[in-house]
Design a binder for this molecule. Structure first.
Ligand code: NDP
Length: 309
């Protein structure tokens, strides 16, 4: 039985060697050297070239290297009846939550202001924020959002959650559906976007959304660049309505050198690093996912193409 590792990004050959050593009895093939397509039963995919997965007649499941599957959704030839399993793990939840919490705390402790004071040699205390008065909205209460919401609460923050369908989460004030978005934002000082990118969520953080937030609010986008309408965000920051934003994801990536985002004084830019783990950790997570899929147990974290994520 063979697993095809397929990506338009160059993957380290060491990775394939590690898979082979950890999952014995399986032949790993690295695209484009696919050999006999009839022998390939599983594909490990990251941004595969459109149409390539449709050429594998015996494919039983596709394993996505990432939690987001927009890199697969854009392949119109992708056979939709083949299950797609998303890569999520305890380590990826912790990594993403940790990054988001760092930005919430940066806002909460007014670190941007104190960093600017330091650059000017100014010793000045401004009124602190009370933990319970900082309410954080988590947009997308899925595998990652739910983890973040729980960890924020453990730190003492009040948390709003927004999802497509209503589900209760301990201690979280939940909002759902398109009608729930603006009411959710209206009471949220910090908004963290952890949504999948779908036609429904594209451009969801726009002028209307920013206007709904309280004055001096803060936006953290770690999901996909397409969620934010950049000119609307810049207008909300320049008008003084929003205090700042942390953007980790962009459309396109890498962020072009002439983008105004690089130099905006109220924006923190990070290069799609919020969910990054060491190669070793990524490889071990993939190995665990492969073992689970190959064991024949019911699949977890399977994409529902009817919902689009
Ligand atoms: P999940 O599929 O587990 O959760 C998605 C959540 O978003 C669910 O709560 C879902 O609602 C909600 N949602 C989807 N569509 C809508 C909508 N139209 N309106 C309201 N809520 C909606 O995803 P994950 O938590 O695993 O990952 C979320 C995203 O984070 C990924 O798709 C990816 O884009 C991004 N990501 C970014 C990384 C990075 O490196 N920057 C790393 C990993 C992920 P419901 O519960 O009702 O289904």
């Amino acid at each position: 039985m063979s697993v095809l590792v397929i990506s338009t990004d160059k993957l380290p050959t060491k990775l394939i060697e590690l898979f082979a050593s950890q999952v014995p009895g399986v032949e790993f093939r690295l695209w484009p050297d696919i050999g006999d397509p009839q022998a390939i039963e599983y594909a490990l995919a990251w941004k595969p070239p459109p149409g390539e997965l449709a050429k594998l007649p015996k494919l039983k499941a596709i394993l996505s290297f990432a939690a987001g599957v927009d890199h697969l959704a854009s392949d119109t030839a992708l056979p939709r009846h083949i299950p797609v399993v998303r890569a999520v793990s305890e380590a990826s939840r912790l990594t993403m939550s940790g990054f988001c919490i760092s930005q919430v705390l940066r806002y909460h402790h007014r670190l941007a202001l104190y960093e600017s004071f330091q650059r000017q040699g100014i010793w000045k205390q401004v009124p602190p924020r009370d933990m319970t008065e900082t309410r954080v909205a988590v947009l997308g209460m899925g595998v990652l959002g739910a983890d973040l919401a729980a960890r924020l609460q453990a730190l003492g923050f009040a948390v709003n959650g927004w999802a497509r369908s209503f589900r209760a989460f301990d201690g979280v004030t939940m909002f759902s559906g398109a009608d729930g978005l603006l009411p959710c934002l209206a009471s949220s000082n910090v908004v963290v976007c952890l949504l999948p990118l779908t036609p429904q969520t594209h451009g969801i953080l726009d002028a209307k959304a920013f206007a709904a937030m309280p004055k001096d609010g803060y936006v953290v986008n770690v999901a996909r660049g397409g969620h934010v309408v950049v000119p609307d965000l810049i207008a909300a920051l320049d008008s003084g309505h929003l205090e700042g934003a942390t953007l980790d994801v962009f459309e396109p990536e890498p962020l072009p050198a002439d983008s105004a985002l690089w130099r905006h004084p109220k924006i923190v830019v990070t290069p799609h690093t919020s969910g990054r783990m060491t190669n070793q950790r990524v490889a071990l997570n993939i190995v665990a996912m492969l073992r689970e899929v190959l064991s024949g147990q019911p699949l977890n974290n399977v994409v529902d193409w009817a919902k689009g994520y």
